[in-house]
Design a protein around this ligand. Structure first.
Ligand code: AMP
Ligand code: ZN
Length: 465
């Protein structure tokens, strides 16, 4: 089976081949580090991780680059509003200097890296701060200037989209998309409402440039860094679906017009959003769920990764605590069944491996891959040792952490109390059952009764608090 991915550029599922046979070059838009990363953002990174792991599972070498946006991103994805990093500095009562901006960025980048580790997201081949590549931004803008794609207004240097006949192909050629989305605020000096800033002037804080002091536009960062680390044309670019109409559309425009080469990127692959309904999720409001929020609720963060994999990356998912807790119960059950397979690791079951690969290579069908994992566990024709080897093989892509699972030894006195509580529950003596639960908690263990929804016929799950 060939690898196939849905390409936002062509609006269809296509067979994937890399430009250079021996290596896939992939760029992932990183976070804007003016605040903590929220769990919605992290879907973009779990998705890119699964994509990169799948490419490797298929035998390909992958060079994955990620930028860290530590300058230039305004509150509107287009070019209006405040600078997000400046907002971060003001929020934290720090003076506006480039040094403080960098410190703020480093603080939130460390926290982001911790989140990646917690979610078993593998480090990309390179992760770079945008502020270290301003020279490259300036060079790219100069190239565009030489080719007459730019003009100057009182607040910056702009890209004139009317000079590029196929501007907006990623967005389906809908030149008027912004009329619907109303994301571009009119700027009377712009020649076209969709024109975007390559450089924004700022005489208080910023970098020196031939155009004047200021900051590169957010879009130019990713073009310049993509070209620097992966070349003028590369294979894959990822990001959340919200980046399609502006950020990625403008990356294509700048890059292709500066280099004269089309396409800048062959496969644009985007993840859908995590919708949190009642739970707020905007970094700008400061009120959002982060990995810490899961840990505070004593939920294993891998349950979040597991929950994300239950849906295809094209599907919008609605987060709430109930679904996450359900996913944690199912994950714990999976872990328990895995541990019960014993210590011996046998041989990978080739038939299961073939199917697993087939599902993932079909546009990362993780829901099918997970259901295959459950089938394997239930399959009595496969020996426990071979199941173990096959699960470990699947986990190269799933990243659920089977390899590091250790059997948790529950002390006898706790098991005895759990047994007594089960009996009380059976006899509908809920008062006694609650008292026993409290006692178990006070001894440092928690008990979770598996719901029918998690598909369990087992007893309760006991784990250390
Ligand atoms: P940002 O830190 O805002 O630059 O975003 C980092 C990544 O997270 C980008 O790829 C966004 O498209 C993505 N993203 C932002 N919000 C969500 C969300 N609610 N669900 C999924 N991805 C998101
Ligand atoms: Zn980007």
């Amino acid at each position: 089976m060939p690898l196939k991915f849905y390409n936002t550029l062509t609006k269809q599922k296509e067979i994937f081949t890399s430009i250079n046979r021996d290596e896939v070059r992939m760029y992932t838009c990183g976070p804007t580090v003016y605040n903590y990363t929220h769990i919605g953002n992290l879907r973009a990174f779990v998705f890119a991780d699964v994509l990169s792991r799948t490419l490797k599972y298929s035998g390909l070498k992958v060079k994955q680059i990620m930028n860290i946006t530590d300058i230039g991103h305004l509150t509107s994805d287009a070019d209006s509003g405040d600078d997000k990093m400046t907002k971060g500095l003001l929020r934290e009562g720090k003076t506006l200097t480039l040094k403080n901006m960098r410190e703020l960025a480093e603080f939130y980048t460390e926290s982001f890296k911790k989140d990646l580790k917690t979610l078993n997201i593998k480090d990309p081949s390179g992760m770079y701060f945008a502020s270290d590549y301003v020279k490259e931004d300036i060079e790219l803008i100069k190239k565009l200037e030489d080719k007459k794609y730019t003009y100057k207004t009182s607040d910056g240097i702009y890209f004139d989209i009317s000079k590029m006949p196929d501007y907006g192909v990623l967005w389906g050629g809908m030149r008027n998309w912004n009329k619907e989305g109303a994301r571009i605020v009119e700027n009377s000096e712009k020649k076209n409402p969709e024109d975007f800033a390559l450089w924004k002037f700022n005489n208080k804080i910023g970098f020196e440039s031939p155009f004047g002091k200021g900051f590169p536009g957010w879009h130019i960062e990713c073009s310049a860094m993509g070209i620097k680390f992966l070349g003028e044309q590369f294979d894959i670019h990822t990001g959340g679906i919200d980046l399609v109409p502006t950020h990625h559309t403008n990356e294509i425009a700048q890059s292709e017009c500066a280099t004269g080469k089309k396409p800048f990127v062959r496969f644009w692959i985007h993840n859908e959003f995590v919708d949190t309904g009642g739970e707020k999720m905007a970094k700008s409001s400061g009120n959002f769920l982060k990995i810490e929020s899961l840990i505070e609720r004593k939920i294993n963060p891998i349950a979040y990764r597991f929950w994300l994999l239950m849906a295809n990356y094209h599907t919008k998912v609605s987060f709430n605590w109930d679904v996450l807790e359900g996913s944690e119960i199912a994950l714990k059950r999976l872990y328990k069944l895995y541990i019960e397979l014993g210590k011996k690791v046998g041989k990978i079951d080739i038939n299961y491996q073939k199917k697993f690969k087939e599902y993932l290579e079909d546009d990362l069908d993780t829901p099918r891959a997970l259901s295959l994992l459950w089938d394997l566990i239930k399959d009595e024709t496969v020996s426990p040792a071979d199941k173990k080897a096959t699960i470990l093989d699947f986990d190269k892509v799933l990243g659920l952490g089977f390899e590091n699972l250790k059997e948790e030894i529950i002390p006898e006195n706790i098991l005895k109390l759990v047994g007594e509580r089960e009996l009380a529950r059976k006899n509908k003596d809920f008062k006694k059952s609650d008292e026993l639960r409290d006692k178990i908690n006070s001894l440092g263990y928690e008990i979770k009764d598996l719901s029918a929804q998690a598909g369990s016929s087992d007893g309760p799950q006991i784990s250390k608090i």
